[in-house]
Design a protein around this ligand. Structure first.
Ligand SMILES: Cc1ncc(COP(=O)(O)O)c(C=O)c1O
Length: 383
């Protein structure tokens, strides 16, 4: 984007870097203000900038620990997450994640998490929330710091969105049991789902929100942990210091870029465009189900769309991904299956600026690629 490139040049001449513990910067202050203004109900008043989504989750975990310590509850140090989840590749974030493939090599060193096994799409809401309440009661809420969830599950769940009312109930349960709610919006945040934040598809609010990916829009590595004043206040009154941060946290060049990206998204009304193009694309992808019976589900919101294949056809998504790549279409592997235990899913998440004709071209290439997959009656590939 010309305006972003121009900004990068100007910013490089003005100020590249200062170390955040000794200097503030207008660039980081401005970005924090924009994020606060965009945040649901204007509640996320504080931003802690880092360089990747994994770091944003680590920071969220550490601030949750610290919040409870400063409130005199040091035993509240466990996290509840969902089996179908991915929260990052660093050990803390990975310890929260259910993504089997990414975890398995490190299983021995990871702390166990308290995990929910719910089938988010099909279980009735009461069964899912009963499972959460049971887990809390078994563990004791005095030992639990937070519930952590991706509002819409990305690579670990093929754009899986829990049903209406789900996060509202989660919020109530968290409040009843004095547990924080951390929303991992690294994939869903800043427009991807057709709203600034994925959680806005429900009317629930989180205490801590991690964002990444779209924040730098590919121009710079930047992510953030956003916080309400309720979370910051006890820390301010207590130690007055968040025990976290990285050398390049709040890098002025990255902050200036992210700030410009938000401006462009607003100016060009890209959130509404994402919503419109998402609906357009999803409709077309759904219609493919009639011709290809091995497509089980097409789902998603905005431009985060998932396709799940018949789980019994081993390696189908992988094979499809390879053929799409050969034909010039990039799709992303995703964990599918009821409980996230097989890989037969694909994520389709094109840039926010995609046009109708580009969306048509995508579907055409996908269709052409699906045509080349031949499967016999025993659900094996025909070479
Ligand atoms: C939901 C979610 N959380 C966290 C992360 C980790 O972000 P990063 O890869 O920037 O460390 C990812 C990355 O895919 C993600 O999808």
């Amino acid at each position: 984007h010309e305006e972003v490139i121009e900004l990068i040049k100007k910013q490089a001449e003005k100020l590249i870097y200062v170390y955040r513990s000794q200097f503030g910067s207008h660039e980081s202050e401005r970005l924090a203000t924009q994020l606060f203004e965009k945040s649901p109900y204007g509640r996320l008043e504080y931003s802690f900038f880092v360089n990747s989504g994994s770091e944003a989750i680590e920071t969220a975990m550490k601030i949750a620990y610290q919040y409870w310590q400063e409130k005199g509850c040091p035993n509240k140090n466990q996290f509840i997450t969902r089996q179908k989840s991915y929260h990052g590749i660093t050990l803390g974030a990975l310890s929260l994640s259910g993504h089997a493939l990414r975890r398995e090599r490190f299983e021995k060193v990871l702390h166990t998490r308290l995990s929910l096994n719910a089938d988010l799409e099909n279980d009735i809401l009461e069964a899912q929330t009963a499972e959460l309440i049971e887990l809390i009661e078994k563990t004791g809420s005095d030992n639990i710091a937070a519930f952590v969830a991706e509002p819409i599950v990305g690579a670990a769940g093929t754009a899986l969105a829990p049903q209406p009312g789900y996060y509202e109930r989660i919020r109530e349960i968290c409040d009843t049991h004095s547990i924080l709610f951390i929303a991992d919006e690294v994939m869903t945040g800043l427009g991807r789902t057709g709203k600034w934040f994925g959680l806005e598809h429900w009317s629930a609010q989180a205490d801590i929100v991690a964002i990444g990916k779209s924040l730098g829009a590919g121009y710079a590595p930047i992510a953030a942990t956003l916080l309400t004043s309720e979370i910051i206040d006890p820390i301010k009154k207590g130690s007055g210091f968040i025990m976290s941060g990285h050398t390049y946290s709040g890098h002025p060049l990255s902050c200036a870029i992210a700030s410009k990206v938000i401006e462009v998204i607003e100016q060009e009304q890209l959130i509404a465009h994402v919503d419109e193009m998402g609906n357009y694309l999803k409709k077309q992808l759904e219609s493919l189900k009639q011709s290809y019976t091995f497509i089980q589900t097409v789902r998603g919101k905005g431009l985060l769309i998932g396709i799940e294949f018949d789980p019994e056809i081993e390696g189908l998504a992988k094979r499809c991904l390879e053929i799409c790549y050969e034909n010039g279409l990039l799709v992303y592997p995703s964990v599918g299956g009821k409980y996230g235990r097989n890989e037969n899913g694909l994520l389709i998440a094109p840039p926010f600026i995609i046009t109708k004709s580009q969306a048509d071209a995508m579907v055409q290439i996908l269709q052409y690629s699906l045509d080349t997959l031949k499967i016999n009656d025993t659900k094996e590939f025909i070479q």
